[in-house]
Design a protein around this ligand. Sequence first.
Ligand code: GDP
Length: 299
Amino acid sequence: ERLTHGLSRTSQTLTEQVTQVFSQKESLSDSDLEALEDLLIESDLGPQISANISAKMAQAKFSSSKDSTAVREALASALADELVNHEGTFEPLGGPKPYIVLFVGVNGSGKTTTLGKIAASLTAKGAKVLIVAGDTFRAAAVEQLKVWSERAKADFMGRKTGADAAGLAYDSVVKAKEEGYDVVLIDTAGRLQNKQALMDELLKIVRVIKRVDPDAPHETLLVLDATVGRNALSQEQIFGRQAFVSGLVMTKLDGTARGGILIPIAKASDAPIKLIGVGEDIEDLHAFKARDFARSMVG
Ligand code: GDP
């Protein structure tokens, strides 16, 4: 229900208009389909995906004249078909230990919040969690993580402003191995002003972590803000090109009527979508399930 509520802006926009287009009909005319395609493009699905979906809807037959449920189901199913191959799971417990997770993404995308929510859900399951403030230049981010670590009852590791992030990451993984942590959650910087410097720093962090554990990081989550729309797509390209991203997190889906942006991003990325954020609370982070997401998109 939180998911449906979180996506209500998207679903209201989409569904109300779609049902208007489709009501009173047993199948769809060309102009209905054009109207649908426009609606989908407005939801940020992009022309290609919108055309695919509207082609599927053209095949659909609706038995009764005012059956908006059937219309919504057909649309949800067409949307889900676009997403099922882009679903991934995030399972930090039960595998390698300590399980090392790196969070990357531009500032403001929701990295810190996502990291905090994950920490809270893991400690609630009894896991021993270490939070690492790897963005050593942003004092506010370090403070925010400290607050999250207290809230989540996770341990915290940080350094003074300007300290070497890779050195901190290295030490945190060593500490986690020695002290029997289950999961290490490492925040990183997200200044896009100098992309090359940022990527070099991230790659260096990955490199030094591998010196402690060649299989780590076990997960590198790229956090993307859905409210920036197609900008999120270009952010995916910047980070995704480095090929170290293993999963995507889409945040702030509650803050946009264009939650459809998730679909072109999923298609553009080699990494699956693993988690979605639909609010600021701990319970507002969900595993990404294509069918549930598609259902919530249409309300
Ligand atoms: P960071 O700079 O990438 O670490 O981003 P933050 O975690 O500080 O998040 C930036 C802002 O977005 C904060 O005000 C968060 O509370 C908010 N935020 C993060 N995720 C979500 C979400 O899923 N929904 C909403 N509505 N706000 C979110």
